[in-house]
Design a protein around this ligand. Structure first.
Ligand code: CAA
Length: 259
Protein backbone atom coordinates (compact mmCIF):
# COMPACT_ATOMS: atom_id res chain seq x y z
CA UNK A 1 0.00 0.00 0.00
CA UNK A 2 1.33 3.45 -0.95
CA UNK A 3 1.49 6.32 1.51
CA UNK A 4 2.74 9.84 0.87
CA UNK A 5 3.01 11.05 4.46
CA UNK A 6 3.66 7.84 6.37
CA UNK A 7 6.38 5.23 6.43
CA UNK A 8 4.83 1.88 7.23
CA UNK A 9 6.84 -1.18 8.13
CA UNK A 10 5.66 -4.56 9.36
CA UNK A 11 8.30 -6.57 11.17
CA UNK A 12 7.78 -9.49 13.58
CA UNK A 13 4.12 -8.57 14.11
CA UNK A 14 4.82 -4.90 14.90
CA UNK A 15 3.47 -2.34 12.44
CA UNK A 16 5.61 0.77 12.79
CA UNK A 17 3.82 3.86 11.51
CA UNK A 18 6.20 6.78 11.12
CA UNK A 19 4.71 10.19 10.44
CA UNK A 20 6.85 11.38 7.58
CA UNK A 21 6.62 15.10 6.82
CA UNK A 22 9.91 16.07 8.43
CA UNK A 23 10.08 19.49 6.70
CA UNK A 24 6.78 20.41 8.40
CA UNK A 25 7.84 18.69 11.64
CA UNK A 26 5.35 15.93 10.76
CA UNK A 27 2.35 18.28 11.14
CA UNK A 28 -0.96 16.50 10.64
CA UNK A 29 -2.76 17.62 7.49
CA UNK A 30 -6.00 16.12 6.19
CA UNK A 31 -4.19 13.87 3.72
CA UNK A 32 -2.15 12.41 6.58
CA UNK A 33 -5.32 11.77 8.56
CA UNK A 34 -6.79 9.92 5.56
CA UNK A 35 -3.66 7.80 5.39
CA UNK A 36 -3.77 7.08 9.14
CA UNK A 37 -7.38 5.89 8.74
CA UNK A 38 -6.29 3.69 5.84
CA UNK A 39 -3.35 2.14 7.69
CA UNK A 40 -5.51 1.52 10.79
CA UNK A 41 -8.02 -0.36 8.62
CA UNK A 42 -5.18 -2.44 7.19
CA UNK A 43 -3.83 -3.11 10.69
CA UNK A 44 -7.25 -4.14 11.92
CA UNK A 45 -7.87 -6.54 9.05
CA UNK A 46 -4.40 -8.09 8.82
CA UNK A 47 -3.64 -11.03 11.11
CA UNK A 48 0.11 -10.55 10.76
CA UNK A 49 -0.23 -7.18 12.53
CA UNK A 50 -0.16 -7.89 16.26
CA UNK A 51 0.74 -4.43 17.61
CA UNK A 52 1.28 -0.86 16.41
CA UNK A 53 4.03 1.62 17.11
CA UNK A 54 3.58 5.32 16.24
CA UNK A 55 6.63 7.54 15.90
CA UNK A 56 7.87 10.54 13.89
CA UNK A 57 10.57 10.81 11.25
CA UNK A 58 13.65 12.93 11.77
CA UNK A 59 15.36 13.76 15.04
CA UNK A 60 13.33 16.84 15.85
CA UNK A 61 9.66 16.02 15.97
CA UNK A 62 7.13 13.36 16.78
CA UNK A 63 4.32 15.61 15.46
CA UNK A 64 4.28 19.42 15.88
CA UNK A 65 0.47 19.56 15.78
CA UNK A 66 -2.29 19.98 13.27
CA UNK A 67 -1.10 21.66 10.07
CA UNK A 68 -1.62 25.33 10.88
CA UNK A 69 -1.07 26.44 7.28
CA UNK A 70 -3.80 24.12 6.04
CA UNK A 71 -6.50 25.28 8.48
CA UNK A 72 -5.55 28.97 8.58
CA UNK A 73 -8.50 30.03 6.40
CA UNK A 74 -11.06 27.52 7.64
CA UNK A 75 -14.61 28.66 8.45
CA UNK A 76 -16.34 27.77 11.73
CA UNK A 77 -18.15 24.97 9.90
CA UNK A 78 -14.96 23.55 8.41
CA UNK A 79 -13.17 23.76 11.78
CA UNK A 80 -15.95 21.81 13.50
CA UNK A 81 -15.74 19.14 10.84
CA UNK A 82 -11.94 19.01 11.18
CA UNK A 83 -12.30 18.50 14.92
CA UNK A 84 -14.99 15.83 14.52
CA UNK A 85 -12.87 13.92 12.01
CA UNK A 86 -9.86 14.10 14.32
CA UNK A 87 -11.94 12.82 17.23
CA UNK A 88 -13.16 9.92 15.12
CA UNK A 89 -9.66 8.84 14.08
CA UNK A 90 -8.19 9.19 17.56
CA UNK A 91 -11.10 7.27 19.08
CA UNK A 92 -10.29 4.45 16.63
CA UNK A 93 -6.73 4.45 18.00
CA UNK A 94 -7.94 4.51 21.62
CA UNK A 95 -10.37 1.62 21.05
CA UNK A 96 -8.08 -0.39 18.76
CA UNK A 97 -8.11 -4.09 19.60
CA UNK A 98 -4.36 -4.51 19.27
CA UNK A 99 -1.91 -2.64 21.52
CA UNK A 100 -0.78 0.78 20.27
CA UNK A 101 2.27 2.48 21.73
CA UNK A 102 3.53 6.00 20.95
CA UNK A 103 7.32 6.41 20.88
CA UNK A 104 7.65 10.17 21.21
CA UNK A 105 10.94 11.20 19.62
CA UNK A 106 10.77 15.02 19.69
CA UNK A 107 8.09 17.73 19.66
CA UNK A 108 4.65 16.35 20.53
CA UNK A 109 2.56 19.49 20.35
CA UNK A 110 -1.14 20.18 19.87
CA UNK A 111 -2.58 17.46 17.62
CA UNK A 112 0.69 15.55 18.02
CA UNK A 113 0.30 15.24 21.76
CA UNK A 114 -3.37 14.46 21.18
CA UNK A 115 -2.45 11.54 18.91
CA UNK A 116 0.08 10.28 21.47
CA UNK A 117 -2.56 10.53 24.21
CA UNK A 118 -5.02 8.47 22.17
CA UNK A 119 -2.46 5.64 22.03
CA UNK A 120 -2.69 3.05 24.80
CA UNK A 121 0.47 4.40 26.44
CA UNK A 122 3.58 6.40 25.64
CA UNK A 123 7.34 6.34 26.06
CA UNK A 124 9.68 9.18 25.09
CA UNK A 125 13.29 9.94 24.22
CA UNK A 126 15.11 12.45 26.37
CA UNK A 127 14.83 15.22 23.73
CA UNK A 128 11.01 15.03 23.58
CA UNK A 129 8.92 18.11 24.31
CA UNK A 130 5.21 18.12 25.06
CA UNK A 131 2.60 20.84 25.02
CA UNK A 132 -0.80 22.10 23.93
CA UNK A 133 0.18 25.49 22.49
CA UNK A 134 -3.20 26.19 20.84
CA UNK A 135 -3.87 29.19 23.15
CA UNK A 136 -0.99 30.94 21.38
CA UNK A 137 -3.05 30.72 18.19
CA UNK A 138 -6.24 31.94 19.86
CA UNK A 139 -7.56 28.39 19.86
CA UNK A 140 -8.24 25.45 22.11
CA UNK A 141 -7.17 21.89 21.29
CA UNK A 142 -9.45 20.26 18.73
CA UNK A 143 -8.43 16.62 18.79
CA UNK A 144 -9.59 15.90 22.35
CA UNK A 145 -6.64 17.37 24.24
CA UNK A 146 -9.02 19.04 26.69
CA UNK A 147 -10.48 15.61 27.48
CA UNK A 148 -7.53 13.21 27.45
CA UNK A 149 -4.94 15.48 29.11
CA UNK A 150 -6.94 15.81 32.40
CA UNK A 151 -7.60 12.07 32.22
CA UNK A 152 -3.85 11.37 32.13
CA UNK A 153 -2.34 14.05 34.37
CA UNK A 154 -5.26 15.37 36.45
CA UNK A 155 -7.33 18.53 36.15
CA UNK A 156 -4.95 21.03 37.77
CA UNK A 157 -1.88 19.98 35.80
CA UNK A 158 -3.91 19.85 32.59
CA UNK A 159 -5.43 23.28 33.17
CA UNK A 160 -1.96 24.75 33.68
CA UNK A 161 -0.53 23.21 30.50
CA UNK A 162 -3.61 24.10 28.45
CA UNK A 163 -3.86 27.68 29.73
CA UNK A 164 -0.15 28.58 29.62
CA UNK A 165 0.59 26.72 26.38
CA UNK A 166 3.94 25.87 27.98
CA UNK A 167 6.12 23.05 26.74
CA UNK A 168 7.45 20.48 29.19
CA UNK A 169 10.41 18.16 28.76
CA UNK A 170 10.43 14.36 28.86
CA UNK A 171 11.40 14.14 32.54
CA UNK A 172 8.52 16.41 33.57
CA UNK A 173 6.18 14.42 31.31
CA UNK A 174 7.27 11.29 33.16
CA UNK A 175 6.71 12.91 36.56
CA UNK A 176 3.20 13.86 35.45
CA UNK A 177 2.45 10.36 34.15
CA UNK A 178 2.13 11.49 30.56
CA UNK A 179 4.85 9.06 29.50
CA UNK A 180 5.82 5.84 31.24
CA UNK A 181 9.56 5.94 30.66
CA UNK A 182 12.32 8.01 29.09
CA UNK A 183 15.20 6.61 27.03
CA UNK A 184 18.05 7.96 24.95
CA UNK A 185 17.18 8.72 21.33
CA UNK A 186 18.99 5.58 20.14
CA UNK A 187 17.18 3.34 22.60
CA UNK A 188 13.66 4.66 21.96
CA UNK A 189 12.52 2.35 19.17
CA UNK A 190 14.31 -0.78 20.48
CA UNK A 191 12.74 -0.15 23.91
CA UNK A 192 9.29 0.35 22.38
CA UNK A 193 9.64 -2.87 20.37
CA UNK A 194 10.82 -4.78 23.43
CA UNK A 195 7.73 -3.67 25.37
CA UNK A 196 5.42 -4.59 22.49
CA UNK A 197 7.15 -7.96 22.06
CA UNK A 198 6.40 -8.75 25.69
CA UNK A 199 2.75 -7.71 25.29
CA UNK A 200 2.50 -9.80 22.11
CA UNK A 201 3.56 -12.90 24.06
CA UNK A 202 0.31 -12.66 26.11
CA UNK A 203 -3.15 -13.69 25.01
CA UNK A 204 -4.36 -11.22 22.34
CA UNK A 205 -7.89 -11.75 23.66
CA UNK A 206 -6.82 -10.79 27.18
CA UNK A 207 -4.97 -7.72 25.84
CA UNK A 208 -8.07 -6.72 23.89
CA UNK A 209 -10.12 -7.24 27.06
CA UNK A 210 -7.80 -4.97 29.02
CA UNK A 211 -8.06 -2.20 26.40
CA UNK A 212 -11.85 -2.48 26.41
CA UNK A 213 -12.20 -2.57 30.19
CA UNK A 214 -9.75 0.23 31.03
CA UNK A 215 -11.35 2.43 28.36
CA UNK A 216 -14.76 1.73 29.91
CA UNK A 217 -13.61 3.37 33.16
CA UNK A 218 -13.17 6.65 31.28
CA UNK A 219 -16.39 6.38 29.28
CA UNK A 220 -19.28 8.15 30.99
CA UNK A 221 -21.76 5.95 29.14
CA UNK A 222 -20.22 2.70 30.34
CA UNK A 223 -19.99 0.94 33.67
CA UNK A 224 -16.38 -0.24 33.77
CA UNK A 225 -17.03 -2.59 36.69
CA UNK A 226 -19.76 -4.33 34.72
CA UNK A 227 -17.54 -4.44 31.63
CA UNK A 228 -14.88 -6.14 33.76
CA UNK A 229 -17.32 -8.78 35.01
CA UNK A 230 -18.34 -9.52 31.41
CA UNK A 231 -14.83 -9.59 29.94
CA UNK A 232 -13.42 -11.57 32.87
CA UNK A 233 -16.25 -14.08 32.61
CA UNK A 234 -15.95 -14.42 28.85
CA UNK A 235 -12.20 -15.12 29.19
CA UNK A 236 -13.16 -18.47 30.75
CA UNK A 237 -14.72 -19.55 27.46
CA UNK A 238 -11.55 -19.04 25.43
CA UNK A 239 -8.85 -21.47 24.30
CA UNK A 240 -6.28 -18.92 25.47
CA UNK A 241 -7.52 -19.29 29.05
CA UNK A 242 -7.31 -23.09 28.83
CA UNK A 243 -3.81 -22.80 27.39
CA UNK A 244 -2.69 -20.27 30.03
CA UNK A 245 -3.89 -22.40 32.92
CA UNK A 246 -2.55 -25.67 31.40
CA UNK A 247 0.85 -24.04 30.85
CA UNK A 248 0.90 -22.89 34.47
CA UNK A 249 0.08 -26.40 35.74
CA UNK A 250 2.61 -28.00 33.41
CA UNK A 251 5.29 -25.42 34.33
CA UNK A 252 5.85 -24.32 30.73
CA UNK A 253 5.43 -21.12 28.71
CA UNK A 254 1.95 -20.65 27.25
CA UNK A 255 1.42 -20.42 23.52
CA UNK A 256 -1.59 -18.23 22.94
CA UNK A 257 -3.52 -18.38 19.68
CA UNK A 258 -5.97 -15.54 20.26
CA UNK A 259 -8.95 -17.92 20.21
N1 CAA B 1 1.77 23.22 11.13
C1 CAA B 1 2.35 23.55 9.96
N2 CAA B 1 3.68 23.72 9.81
C2 CAA B 1 4.44 23.58 10.91
C3 CAA B 1 3.89 23.25 12.17
C4 CAA B 1 2.49 23.06 12.26
N3 CAA B 1 1.88 22.70 13.38
N4 CAA B 1 4.90 23.19 13.07
C5 CAA B 1 6.02 23.47 12.38
N5 CAA B 1 5.76 23.69 11.10
C6 CAA B 1 6.70 24.03 10.03
C7 CAA B 1 7.17 25.48 10.14
O1 CAA B 1 6.24 26.36 9.59
C8 CAA B 1 8.47 25.41 9.37
O2 CAA B 1 8.19 25.42 8.00
P1 CAA B 1 8.94 26.49 7.01
O3 CAA B 1 10.39 26.08 7.10
O4 CAA B 1 8.32 26.24 5.70
O5 CAA B 1 8.68 27.84 7.60
C9 CAA B 1 9.01 24.02 9.70
O6 CAA B 1 7.88 23.26 10.15
C10 CAA B 1 10.05 24.01 10.80
O7 CAA B 1 9.52 24.70 11.91
P2 CAA B 1 10.27 25.91 12.67
O8 CAA B 1 11.17 26.63 11.72
O9 CAA B 1 9.23 26.71 13.36
O10 CAA B 1 11.18 25.09 13.70
P3 CAA B 1 11.68 25.58 15.13
O11 CAA B 1 12.66 24.56 15.58
O12 CAA B 1 12.11 27.00 15.08
O13 CAA B 1 10.38 25.50 16.06
C11 CAA B 1 8.38 24.52 16.97
C12 CAA B 1 9.79 24.29 16.34
C13 CAA B 1 8.55 25.15 18.35
C14 CAA B 1 7.72 23.16 17.07
C15 CAA B 1 7.57 25.46 16.06
O14 CAA B 1 7.62 24.98 14.73
C16 CAA B 1 6.13 25.59 16.45
O15 CAA B 1 5.81 26.30 17.40
N6 CAA B 1 5.23 24.92 15.70
C17 CAA B 1 3.79 25.05 15.90
C18 CAA B 1 3.35 24.23 17.10
C19 CAA B 1 1.87 24.41 17.33
O16 CAA B 1 1.38 25.50 17.53
N7 CAA B 1 1.14 23.28 17.31
C20 CAA B 1 -0.29 23.29 17.50
C21 CAA B 1 -0.97 23.36 16.18
S1 CAA B 1 -2.70 23.67 16.32
C22 CAA B 1 -3.38 22.18 16.72
O17 CAA B 1 -2.73 21.16 16.82
C23 CAA B 1 -4.87 22.23 16.93
C24 CAA B 1 -5.50 20.94 17.32
O18 CAA B 1 -5.44 20.53 18.44
C25 CAA B 1 -6.33 20.24 16.34
Amino acid sequence: MEYKNLLVELENGILTITLNRPKQLNALNIETFNEINRVLKFADETNEVKAILFTGSGEKAFIAGADIKEFSNFSVKQAKQLSKNGHRTFRKIEKFKKPILAAVNGFALGGGLELAMACHFRIASDNAKFGQPEVNLGLIPGYAGTQRLPMLIGKGNAMELLMTGDMIDAQRAKELGLVNSVTTQEELIPTAKKILKKIMSKSPLAINGIIKTVNAFYNKNKNGFKTEVDVFGESFGTDDFKEGVSAFMEKRKPEFKGK
